[in-house]
Write a protein that binds this ligand. Structure first.
Ligand SMILES: *Cc1c(COP(=O)(O)O)cnc(C)c1O
Length: 386
């Protein structure tokens, strides 16, 4: 498959061929579709993910977004869900509902860790959190009852990049399926299914929607595991709202230009920050200080606009720095047009290796003029390292 690019983003998931078409597919708001005969209704029920049947199963707007994501990720099919977390929990339940052993990277997005240690634990699932640097040695952690290996690359907060091909090879040797959170890279910068991963998940809330105005998740699978994942999303009723799906589809049209601007601005700021007093380390996958940088250089086509900075002054300095920022606003999420900042919390991590990591601040670099953002960072650093 050729790499997804601006041309594919503009053309995918749109009506083509004969007839009169709006540039965008219509927004079909419906719970119910009606049929002239019972036979027509029964025929539709055989392919409910391709023709309109019932709103929870999908409308033509949903199908257009799902088709676009499947094409961009090089997958068999994609499934839209109500949020990134609903996409991830549906995948985990789809593989783990009978209990057994789950391997999850220790840099996982925090609500996913909670899903494992709360809900899945109560269902009898045992989760082992593995070191993001594990690579091929994950083979030593795979047990006879291991049902899934879950990855996130780069990981949340510390941006450790995984050796995905090595982990996938070890998983395949034991016939264990793999899933990954690909939110940071988007299909433009990393395509997990090309590396043999079975399931790629996005919080489309972030770069795909891109404007901080909708919650949306999407799961892309290969053919082998599709039915298992689809059953889970259907059993959970985890469907996406139609307006949200449309915002996801609209976001895709501009993803290439937005992401390249996020990427270039973040790179400028990360490199500049490296040389500033008060900064101990910049954890940005395209910079050598970031654990797994070599895997990023080998496997990815770009680095997105979210990274962390380790400050020398400790937690108090991090608080002062965050409060001093003006253009970087304090708030959850990322991937929208606006710059954001938050402290990174490592206290829930399972492995001891994080104990020596200093105070981390995560920056989401938005679409503002990067020189303005740099001035903002400079004035806030001057507060803590005068
Ligand atoms: C935000 C986020 C999610 C969750 O997405 P929601 O749409 O907020 O539920 C999942 N994974 C990563 C890496 C995220 O940053």
């Amino acid at each position: 498959m050729s790499k997804p690019d601006g041309t594919l983003l503009v053309n995918t998931g749109r009506p083509h061929g004969a007839g009169i078409h709006g540039v965008n597919p219509p927004i079909v708001r419906a719970s119910t579709f009606v049929f002239d005969t019972l036979t027509a209704f029964e025929d539709a029920s055989k392919t409910p993910f391709d023709v309109p049947f019932y709103g929870r199963v999908g409308t033509p707007t949903t199908f257009a977004f799902e088709a676009a994501m499947a094409e961009l990720e090089g997958g068999h099919r994609a499934i839209a869900t109500s949020s990134g977390v609903s996409a991830i929990s549906a995948v985990l339940l789809g593989f783990m509902a009978d209990g057994g052993h789950l391997l999850v990277v220790d840099t996982v997005y925090e609500p996913v860790r909670r899903f494992c240690t709360r809900m899945l634990a109560r269902m009898g699932v045992e989760t082992t959190f593995y070191d993001p640097a594990i690579g091929a040695e994950i083979a030593d952690l795979i047990r006879d009852d291991t049902r899934l290996i879950y990855m996130e690359s780069p990981g949340s907060g510390t941006f450790d990049v995984l050796d995905v091909p090595a982990i996938v090879a070890a998983a395949k040797a034991r016939a264990v399926p793999t899933a990954i959170d690909n939110t940071w890279a988007t299909p433009l910068f990393f395509r997990p299914l090309e590396h043999g991963v079975d399931v790629s998940i996005h919080a489309a809330t972030k770069y795909i929607v891109g404007h901080s105005d909708a919650m949306l998740g999407v799961i892309t699978t290969n053919a082998a595991v599709h039915d298992a994942v689809r059953r889970a999303t259907q059993d959970l009723g985890a469907c996406a709202g139609i307006e949200e799906v449309n915002l996801g589809l609209r976001g895709l049209r501009t993803l290439d230009v937005r992401l390249r601007r996020h990427a270039a601005s973040a790179m400028q700021l990360a490199q500049w920050l490296q040389a500033q007093p008060g900064v101990a380390r910049v954890l940005h996958p395209a910079l050598p200080d970031c654990p797994g940088h070599a895997f990023w250089a080998r496997d990815f086509d770009g680095a997105a606009g979210l990274f962390s900075v380790e400050l020398t002054g400790g937690a108090d300095a991090a608080r002062q720095f965050i409060d001093a920022l003006q253009l970087f606003r304090i708030g959850f999420s990322w991937g929208g047009f606006e710059s954001l900042v938050l402290p990174v919390h490592l206290e829930n991590r399972a492995l001891p290796r994080w104990a020596n990591t200093g105070a981390l601040v995560r920056l989401q670099v938005g679409l503002e003029d990067p020189d303005d953002l740099q001035r903002d960072l400079a004035q806030a650093l001057a507060v803590i390292a005068p």
